[in-house]
Each structure stands twice: as C-alpha cells, then as structure tokens.
Ligand binder design. Sequence first.
Ligand code: NAD
Length: 481
Amino acid sequence: MVETYLNYIANEWKPSRSGATFEDENPAQRGSNLGHFQSSTAQDVDDAIGAAAEAFPRWRRTPLTERQQIVGEFLRLLKEARNELARIVTLENGKTIRESRGEVDSALLEGNYHLQQVSAFYGHTGPGSFREITTWVQYQPLGVVGVISPWNFPMNVMCRKTLPALLTGNTVVFKPASFTPWSGIFMAKLFERAGLPAGVFNCITGLGSSIGNVIVRDPRVRAISFTGSTEVGKIIQARAAANLTRTQLELGGKNALIVMDDANINQAADAAMTAGFACAGQWCTSTSRILVHHAIAPQFISLLTSRCEKMEVSDGLHESTDMGPVAGPQQYHDIRAAIDKAKVDGAELVTGGPTPNEESGYFIRPTVFACVDPHMAVFQEEIFGPVLAVTEFETLDEALTLANNSIYGLSSSIFTRDLGNAKTYIDGIEAGLAHVNIQTGYKEPSLPFGGVKQSGAGLPENSESGLEFFVDRKAVYLKGA
Ligand code: NAD
C-alpha cells in the first residue's frame, strides 16, 4: 500500500488545491513508487506564504531562549530518528545507508553549532565616539523566507538553511526537490513534534519550475536561500531582483584535486575515491577533475583503476554497497550522455562502462577518463555523476591555471608534502574551499560554506554568515534625554 503525503501549512496537513499528486521513485528499483506527493500550485504557495507571514510578528518576538529550546528539541528528535530518516534518504536518493547516516550526523553537527552560536551572534554593542552616546548594531529578522533545496542532500541542506532562519526569528516556506519530497515531509513532521507554533515552518511539495518560481517572485518573501544548479540559480537571481529579494545561492561545481609528484599517493587516491564516488559523484563538492603530475600519472591512474574495479555498485540499503545508483532517470541519462561525449571527444576511458544491474536501477560504474584536454566537455561541464577526468601537468603554476580554467569555483584540494606548494595553491586557487591533503568534500560548520565565480552568490552558509544572511542590520545610536 503506497502512502499519500500531504503539504504542511500552518501546522495542518493539507492536500494540494490541484488535487493532483506525483510519485517518488527509488532509483535502485526502476518503476517503483515510494509514495504519492502533492503537486502543489500557486494557490498552495500563497497559502503557505500567508501562513508564514501571519506567524512572523509573534515568532520574531518569541524570546531567543524559547526559539533555541524548540530548535534544540527538533535536533533531539532528529538524532532519535537518525536511522529511520537515513533509510528514507537512501530509498529516495540512492546513496548508501552509511552516507545517509553521515548526512544526518552532519546536519546535527551544523544544527548544534548554530544553536550555540546564535547567542554570541546577538552580542554586538559598544560605546559611541561621544561618551553619552551608546551604539550597537541590532539584528532584525527579515520576515518570510523561502528555502529551496536539491535532492543530493535532501535533509542536511534544508537544515543548514532552515535552522539559522528560525533561530534568528524568521518564518519559513520550504520546497524540497521533487526527487526527494519524503525527506522534506519527514522534517516537517519533526518540526511539528518539536512544538513549532503554527505557520512558522511550512512545507509544500511540487515542481520547481512551477511553485519554486511562485515563491521567488512573491514580494512577501524577503529572502531566498537556494541550493541547486547554476542554471536555476541564475533564473532565481534574475527573478528575485524584481523585488530586491535577498538571495543566498549555493550552486554547481567542477572541483579539482591536484596531485603533486611529492604527494602521498595512497592518501591522494583515497581522497579521489571518497570525493569522486560518494553519493555516486553527486556532491556539489565532489571531485570531478584530477590534475596529476606527469611523473606519477601512470602509477596514480592504475591505483584509481584497481580501486574502482573492486567497488560494489548496488542498492544503497545493503551495508556492503560501496556506491548506490544515481538519483533518477534524468541523471542517469545525462551522465551516460556525458560519458559517450567524452569518448567521442577523444578522452581515454580507463575504467567504467555497463553494470549487470543497470536494468533494475539507475546504476553507473565508477568511471575514469585519462588524457583529458581542458577544451573537452568532460573537463568543463558539471556532470554530477561518478566520473573522474584526469589531466596531466608539469608544474604547479600549470596545475593552478588548469584548475582555474572553469566557470565554477566551489571546492578544491592539493596533495603535496611541500609547504611552499601548499601556500602557492591556497593563494592562487579560485575556489570557496581550499584543502591541503584532505578530500574536496570536507567541511566544518564554523567555517563559511560557499563557492566563488558561478558556484555561488550571496553570503555563504555555515559560520557566522549562515546566521547573518537571515537578518537586517539596524544601526542604533542611543542618548539619554
Ligand atoms: P536544480 O537546480 O535542478 O534544483 C534545485 C531546486 O530548485 C529543486 O528543489 C528544484 O525543484 C528547484 N527549482 C527548479 N527550477 C526552479 C525555478 N525555476 N525556480 C525555483 N526553484 C526551482 O538542482 P538539483 O538537480 O536538485 O541539484 C543538483 C545541483 O545542485 C548541482 O548543480 C549541484 O552542484 C548543486 N548543489 C550545490 C550545492 C552547494 O552547496 N553549492 C550543494 C548541493 C547541490
């Protein structure tokens, strides 16, 4: 019996006014259906924004300690639901169950960081230039904010946006990705159980191109925090500009891992395997380009190849699976097309190709291309799948030029034992995240998370900026009468 899931608006579970639903397929089983979800309309968006707008005046006056108490309860429930939620994430996204548990753990780490940090965030006061004047910056919540999230981290990304928004006194309209609505609805249930007042958090499911647009262009929505593709990010930025709606855009990447000739080659290969193939290469911070020093290239490529060929690619629910399916039919089709194009363009397919189980689910083997030229699409375009493009270089300057030869600038990494090389790379790399001897996906909540160039715009998530995005600053000058 396949369950039907409703929208969550003003603490009530409601069907869409369209009366229509869509299905959620498990990518490990073609043709399966995990549930019926509401195909929401502009009217449903209007209801959700109306509820959030109505809830805002009271929520913004709710003492911070009370907001922290509710968010703290939400995090307690999230921890309790870790295994149940991880299973849902694997079922609808495909990533392995270990990765899904890791996603929940990451959301808990970040959520607890914001929960603690928000107290310090409100403490900016100081004496003015004249002794009788006291000045301070007062943070004001914005009002209703829209959260639009992708399918690759269906619960962690929404938490990274929603919790800082709520802690700073905003109300939220959340739209999960249409591939992963179940995780979004599950989060709404946790907010309901945590005791969030009516209208403070609302969740509506449906297509981005229809309801996502409506959220973005509504003048009552004061900010949009979006994670997704660069293509959609540009559309959102342009639409939001009509009302000068603030945007936080976390977008695509084509992240490079540089392997110098003095690198610990085993560690570099471990990093390439982790960040290249976790979540079937569908992290925004996945490694997709490997720039390897000419002198060690053959050894490095053969190390990668033997590791890839040992990987078990199967249903993510099996504990022994190393890599699950890609997220759905469109992803499968696009990744296969990118692999075919790389072959036609002249890149050398070192490992990859068909898997015996591709008829049953959207499985693609870990794929490595060598002899990749920077003009090729496999070097330039975000494939968002388990595909590594290897290009050789002679000098660090050349490696940096190659790494920066991209419209994107999200994450990056270098493997070297030379401190001078590390310093040159840190200064020269055009990316929001720079790692030395660490894989490209590593991050901590106390540091900003966001890209440069076409990988992001607006204040980054996490760190203090993760809270700052959701407030206006009021400069206050106070003098006794
Ligand atoms: P997507 O851009 O297709 O969709 C993201 C979200 O936007 C979904 O909820 C979708 O329904 C919605 N949407 C689609 N069209 C819209 C529109 N016109 N107006 C408003 N909303 C709309 O991205 P995706 O396929 O879900 O995710 C993959 C992409 O996300 C990749 O490019 C990846 O690099 C990127 N990503 C970036 C980060 C980061 O932090 N930089 C993190 C995860 C994913």
